[in-house]
Design a protein around this ligand. Structure first.
Ligand SMILES: Nc1ncnc2c1ncn2[C@@H]1O[C@H](COP(=O)(O)OP(=O)(O)OP(=O)(O)O)[C@@H](O)[C@H]1O
Ligand SMILES: [Mg+2]
Length: 326
């Protein structure tokens, strides 16, 4: 059940559109997403669907040339797109933390781990050197680094990918943020380490009322992690599930589930059925549903008119004409 603060969800994104330049190149066309306090929600989609740009918009680190064209990002009820640059900077780090896909590029190669972690306390909380060191050591131990003292003095290149990601998680959680955005935090890791990192993230945020937006292209990772999954395609949310992937509604989500390799509790003989065709590129202007050309359930209207994100039973939503009210 979603927890609200003063009646507001932790995060609510309404109709967010992100573009490059001033033309029709819109990698994110309309994104609607809601996350409660203490909730883990998934944002899933194929490569290029606009997941990272969404995360960058949240953290105010959009790449050069990208701008917010439309929409609102309500964080604890306030539209942070209206904040000054200074206020956004204060928010990111203190109330919002981000975990990046590639831990090595998220860390500075010429500074020790200790300097990078303690700097957060010195710079953001203005603590003295000694206290910052103590807090950094405590944090490094909390994320499961076996020898925090030696890790503190080490440079990132001496660590394995999993260890580096633990450091990045430590930095994202250092100031006890209310929201953590994890953008494919395990893609660069082997499956066993990936599971450890997900468990760590779950353990560290459980009971803390921290909301986690877990971004991935791998639906399997979200099983048992997120009840609510936002499925993105071509810059649009096509489905918002409730109860994970148990009962998908949108033909695209169903296609993704059918294309998955068998899970641990499924028969090994399961046939994986790929979705035929390719996703449109961000500059393509399609009058109808962007998935229609690949959809086996399509009818004429699907090619002509973009469906709304219809609210359905159990708080689920699907952007599909199959579910339009009669
Ligand atoms: N700096 C840029 N200039 C132009 N187009 C860009 C830029 N950054 C991203 N894009 C385009 O925006 C679209 C969405 O990119 P984004 O990185 O958000 O995708 P993604 O869903 O995170 O994909 P992946 O799973 O590969 O990480 C892509 O088509 C990409 O080519
Ligand atoms: Mg990405």
């Amino acid at each position: 059940m979603e927890e609200k603060i003063d009646g507001n969800p932790l995060l609510k994104i309404n109709g967010l559109a992100l573009g490059f330049g001033s033309g029709s190149y819109l990698p994110v066309k309309s994104l609607d997403l809601e996350l409660g306090q203490g909730e883990v929600a998934g944002l899933v989609g194929e490569s290029g669907s606009g997941k990272s740009l969404t995360a960058f918009a949240l953290m105010d680190i959009l790449p050069y040339g990208a701008t917010v064209r439309k929409g609102e990002i309500l964080f604890q009820g306030e539209n942070i797109l209206e904040y000054s640059a200074k206020k956004r900077r204060e928010l990111c780090g203190k109330k919002m933390g981000m975990i990046f896909q590639e831990p090595l590029s998220a860390l500075n190669p010429v500074l020790t781990i200790g300097d990078q972690v303690s700097e957060i306390f010195r710079h953001r909380l203005k603590t003295g050197k000694k206290e910052a060191r103590e807090r950094a050591l405590e944090l490094l131990s909390r994320v499961g680094l076996p020898n925090p003292g030696s890790a503190y003095e080490s440079y990132p290149h001496r660590f394995s990918g999993g260890m580096r990601q633990r450091v990045v998680i430590a930095m994202a959680l250092a100031l006890n943020p209310d929201l953590v955005v994890a953008d494919e935090p395990t893609t660069a890791l082997d499956p066993t380490i990936a599971l450890q990192i997900i468990k760590l993230l779950k353990d560290l945020t459980a009971g803390k009322k921290t909301g986690v937006l877990f971004i991935t292209h791998n639906l399997r990772l979200l099983e048992g992690l997120a009840e609510r999954i936002f499925v993105m395609y071509a810059g649009l949310v096509l489905e918002e599930t409730a109860g994970g992937l148990k009962d998908p509604l949108h033909p695209y989500t169903l296609g993704l589930v059918k294309a998955l390799p068998p899970g641990p509790s499924e028969k090994t003989g399961k046939t994986m059925i790929p979705i035929p065709g390719q996703a449109p590129s961000p500059g393509d202007i399609l009058p109808g549903c962007p998935f229609a050309p690949r959809c086996l359930d399509r009818f004429q209207l699907c090619l002509e008119e973009l469906p709304e994100l219809h609210l359905l039973s159990g708080g689920r939503r699907a952007r599909c004409h199959k579910y339009r009210p009669c």
